[in-house]
Write a protein that binds this ligand. Structure first.
Ligand code: MLC
Ligand code: AMP
Length: 515
């Protein structure tokens, strides 16, 4: 067995009694109970299926499916078989999927049964040989084929710098880039968080994690799942976040992880009380800025202090507020660099800045990705000469070491924890008939933190209808990227250099969705 394989490390942390429940589903028609043995056997069978396909080592396995425990097993099986997992947001539509498959050239694609027609067409065009289906009711060709395979499997030997996953993340310009994460990136980060967040192994009384995030991004897939698996902790598994249903299960849980929108929505429920949180040990927030107001309201209502941490696809987790003492968790900050992770703030010339000064946040450490898939120039652009990764986030490190994010140098909108790149949406808008140009910006939104809006200029003689533009976008891009409002205007505001003044547009529309 290879120690470099992340799966091996996760498997080694399973409790001795494999017949204990590892995952309990909370929103399937009937609760389903998966034991640790089920996870071991199920992933072995899927890994054997992958082996039987005789794929080249480190083949990409692209997956766009609804959240299910079987989907998590598929991720683990890909690691176990030594291939590279490529998760895709299930909101992505054909043009987005076409790009990812064309760029990544996966050997295997797994999609929802109802999407098989169009996904398989795109996959075969990209050279994929195997397309399976997997649905959230445990049906589909993947499981049908898996059933024929043995339930033991020796995890593939790999080195810690071998690729484990590729996560597509949009760049400041152009199309998405595949961030290549290694077994070592993911394992070192999970091990650091195990210590930092005081995870309790079964022998120490165990933890119970409420898992209510999607499993196609860093937060739900790596931080949450690795956290529970590496500690042999049980998960209460929600395929979809529902504040009422989650609150109803809080009394049985000890750990919860969410993007700020999840906390805002739970605060909207009268059932959220100190009593419902009585057994909770830790609430973690990340992926987007947590408003100080939410941090304080949560403290007041539940008696718990949310622990905010900071991460990204290219680096997994970088910083965290302290676990102990809880009084050291400072709202509005993302805490301290994690042990072994270097974080610094630099000016435009790349020179490190003094404590308290605001500049670009850079990171170095075992958590930092290996580069962008097949984009060596873009990779080189994002690293300094001395090997630090430029996050594109702007912030400061105070004299006492707390990191605060104050903005972003990258033109990025984070809506409900999902990233939206204005340039991509502007590209789609500008291609629409009658559109001369457009500017997409984020404005404050009481629920999503930020909302996407677009300001559009018509070509001479063309008449544009805002609702028709929204409807046209809905058919082409993931729904969370579609502007919540479109304004048709005669001109975009520009500065003396001719650059669109997005700050003016943001200012003009800032009250649109604010509380
Ligand atoms: C849904 N909608 C959104 C949206 N999610 N709009 C903007 N932003 C979002 N995030 C819209 C849909 O387009 C749809 O609109 C309507 O809301 C209902 O869709 P839904 O799918 O039923 O929504 P809901 O289930 O309520 O989803 C909201 C949510 C979800 C907050 C639960 O967005 C979510 O799970 N977010 C978490 C994202 C996440 O895990 N991020 C981690 C990234 S990792 P219409 O008009 O079509 O009806 C990372 C690194 C790190 O960043 O540090 O962790
Ligand atoms: P992604 O590329 O989806 O992984 O998103 C990463 C980005 O999310 C980071 O570069 C930050 O801009 C943002 N982010 C993550 N965590 C936080 C946080 N706690 N506060 C503010 N922004 C965050």
């Amino acid at each position: 067995m290879s120690k470099g394989n992340l799966f091996t490390a996760l498997r080694a942390a399973f409790p001795a009694d494999l017949d204990q429940v590892a995952i309990e589903t909370a929103d399937t028609p009937q609760p389903l109970y998966y034991t640790w043995r089920d996870l071991d056997r199920g992933t072995a069978m899927m890994a054997n299926l992958l082996d039987s396909l005789k794929l080249p080592a480190a083949s990409r396995v692209a997956v766009q499916v609804e959240k299910s425990v079987e989907a998590l097993m598929l991720y683990l099986a890909v690691l176990r078989a030594g291939h590279v997992y490529l998760p895709l947001n299930n909101a992505y539509q054909a043009s987005e999927i076409e790009y990812f498959l064309g760029n990544a050239e996966p050997a295997v694609v797994v999609c929802a049964g109802r999407h098989f027609g169009w996904v398989s067409q795109l996959a075969f065009k990209a050279g994929t040989r195997h397309v399976f289906t997997l649905d959230d009711d445990r049906s589909g060709t993947l499981l049908e084929r898996t059933a024929f395979h043995a339930d033991t499997h020796e995890p593939v030997r790999c080195r810690s710098d071998d690729l484990a996953a590729i996560l597509y993340t949009s760049g400041t310009t152009g199309r998405s880039k595949g961030a290549m994460l290694t077994h070592g990136n993911l394992l070192s980060n999970a091990q650091v968080l195990k210590d930092c967040w005081g995870w309790r192994t079964p022998a120490q009384g165990g933890d119970v994690l409420i898992h209510a995030l999607p499993i196609f991004h860093v937060h739900g897939l790596f931080v949450a799942c690795h956290g529970a698996l590496l500690n042999g902790s049980r998960m209460i598994w929600f395929a979809k976040f529902d504040p009422k249903a989650v609150i109803a299960r809080l009394p049985e849980a000890t750990v919860f992880m969410g993007v700020p929108t999840l906390y805002v929505r739970m605060l909207g429920e009268a059932a959220l009380t100190r009593e419902t949180c009585r057994n909770m040990r830790l609430f973690v927030s990340g992926s987007a800025p947590l408003l100080l107001e939410t941090f304080r309201d949560w403290q007041q209502r539940t008696g718990h202090t949310i622990l905010e941490r900071y991460g990204m696809s290219e680096t997994v987790m970088l910083t965290s507020n302290p676990y102990a003492p809880a009084s050291g968790r400072r709202g509005g900050t993302v805490g301290f660099p994690l042990p072994g992770v270097g974080v610094r703030v630099c000016d435009d010339q790349g020179l490190p800045m003094a404590a308290g000064d605001i500049g670009g946040i850079e990171v170095k450490g075992p958590n930092v990705f290996r580069g962008y898939w097949r984009m060596p120039e873009k990779t080189a652009d994002e690293f300094t000469n001395d090997g630090w990764f430029k996050t594109g986030d702007v912030g400061r490190i105070d004299a006492d070491g707390y990191v605060t994010i104050v903005g972003r140098s990258k033109d990025l909108i984070i809506s409900g924890g999902y990233n939206v790149y204005p340039a991509e949406i502007e590209g789609y808008l500008n291609d629409m008939p009658g559109v001369a140009e457009s500017a997409v910006v984020g404005v404050p939104h009481a629920d999503f933190g930020e909302a996407v809006i677009a300001v559009v200029v018509a070509k001479p003689g063309a008449a544009l209808d805002a609702q028709a533009l929204i409807a046209a976008l809905k058919g082409r891009i993931a729904n969370f990227k579609v502007p919540k409002a479109v304004f048709v205007v005669p001109d975009l505001p520009r500065n003396a250099m001719g650059k669109v003044q997005k700050n003016l547009l943001r200012e003009q529309h800032r009250a649109l969705f604010a509380r």
